[in-house]
Ligand binder design. Structure first.
Ligand SMILES: [Zn+2]
Length: 445
């Protein structure tokens, strides 16, 4: 199946061909762990989880890495404010984040490296940049020399000369150019490490590039993902460093997901409309949040509003009711839940192969749902057909990452169902009503 993905680096769709046959290497920038994440941080989690599940379904072996930024000014400030260590702060919010991942049914990354476990690698990477003339030290800080990279601005789509003309040089800055960015930061307060430049800690932009350099043997990967807001300067700066050290642009495909608005407004602390992921997940459940994030194409903005939440809830209820009813019907007729073939998947997979068009994929899922309902309503439905439709739905739900349960019938359930059918056939309405209530309680009717 030919997959095309939008590549932010070249600003167009491109045919996806992995660097190594049948294997895909992916990296998605993870959270800075000093606070609970908001709903916007959950979007890349869900989007790239679906991409990963889709690729796995097609038979690719996917290595998926997402980091934790566990050292940063914000982590240090939070640790000082709470009177605990940075490690404790990081542990607390990593646990909370991992709970969010589980609640939204995202697969665990193959590796989740913590920056604090990569300090020696970061220091030697910075040393390498200095020895190549791509970085310089000033009073304990090390800066990347942007003028070294002739292609700087490619991802962010700007001309460095123009940006430089517009940039203000901070009064006390010792940088050669306002575009230069810190890759090793002199630190007086909080957690710090010894380095050739004195006590300090890594700069944010240098973390991800070192993770990729250290974890992936080719130091170049298939897909680098993240939110649209990371494109510049974060990802631009990752590329600049990778070009300097490894002479590559770090990843073949650069993919960015769009923002989330709250009731058509930008989510911001100052507007007081920030929705925490944990609150949304607790209130609406993982399936509804996932539906809300997947109903819109990943590059377009998602609007988080009461209306959209309600629509997502309705969709999940519809899927859940039909899927359960289908599973129960098959079991009632002693059809194995592994019987049948997923014959209705082609258009669904083609939609995802078209730059991960989840809204079109969902439309296909609804089409199959309709087929199920039509078949179930028939007096003499075709069990083979129902088994096939069940397999199609099961695959679709798994690829989109929805977790929809269905009851597995016990012997007692079978007895009740049999008694109910007999009571109905005998027109014993009192008994059939009684049995019906029992079956409804067990979600079997
Ligand atoms: Zn990153």
């Amino acid at each position: 199946m030919e997959i095309t993905l939008y590549n932010s680096l070249i600003k167009k769709r491109e045919k996806f061909i992995p660097l190594v046959d049948k294997q895909v290497s992916m990296y998605v920038c993870g959270p800075t762990v000093y606070n609970y994440i908001h709903i916007g941080n959950l979007r890349p989690v869900v989007v790239f989880d679906v991409l990963r599940r889709f690729l796995i379904h097609l038979g690719y072996d996917v290595v998926f890495v997402s980091n934790y930024t566990d050292v940063d000014d914000k982590v240090i400030e939070k640790a000082q404010a709470d009177g605990v260590s940075e490690l404790e702060i990081a542990d607390k919010y990593i646990n909370a984040y991992e709970q969010n991942l589980a609640d939204v049914n995202a697969m665990k990354p193959t590796h989740s490296p913590r920056v604090t476990n990569y300090i020696p690698e970061i220091i030697s990477f910075v040393e390498k940049l200095i020895s190549l003339g791509a970085a310089y030290e000033v009073e304990g800080n090390v800066y990347f020399r942007v003028s070294k990279d002739v292609r700087y601005g490619e991802l962010g789509n700007f001309d460095p000369a123009e940006l430089q003309a517009g940039a203000r040089i901070e009064e006390d800055s010792k940088k050669e150019s306002p575009l230069d960015f810190v890759i090793w930061k002199k630190t007086e307060v909080g957690i710090k490490w010894n380095s050739p430049w004195g006590l300090g800690r890594p700069g944010w932009h240098t973390e991800c590039v070192v993770m990729i350099d250290s974890i992936f043997p080719n130091k170049y990967i298939d897909i680098h993902g993240g939110g649209f807001d990371l494109k510049f300067p974060h990802h631009e700066n990752e590329i600049a460093q990778s070009l300097a050290v490894n002479n590559n642009k770090l990843a073949h495909f650069w993919m960015h997901n769009g923002f989330i608005n709250i009731e058509q407004e930008k989510m911001s602390k100052s507007l007081g409309n920030v929705v925490l992921a944990k609150d949304a997940l607790e209130k609406f459940g993982g399936n509804v949040v996932r539906m809300l994030l997947l109903s819109t194409h990943y590059r377009a903005p998602v609007n988080f509003s009461e209306e959209v939440i309600e629509a997502s809830q309705n969709e999940i209820n519809k899927i859940s009711n039909t899927y359960r009813q289908l599973a129960v019907t098959l079991q009632k007729h002693s059809v194995s839940l592994t019987a049948g073939h997923a014959r209705e998947l082609d258009a669904f997979l083609l939609a995802l192969a078209d730059d991960l068009n989840t809204s079109n994929a969902l439309a296909e899922l609804y089409r199959v749902l309709k087929l199920v309902n039509l078949e179930l309503r028939k007096r003499d439905f075709n069990l083979n057909e129902l088994a096939n439709l069940f397999q199609s739905l099961t695959s679709m739900l798994a690829i989109l990452g929805f977790k929809i349960d269905y009851p597995l019938l016990t012997n007692e359930d079978y007895d009740l169902l049999k008694q109910y059918e007999e009571a109905r056939a005998a027109k014993n309405f009192a008994l059939s009503d009684e049995l019906r209530a029992k079956l409804a309680q067990r979600n079997l009717i």
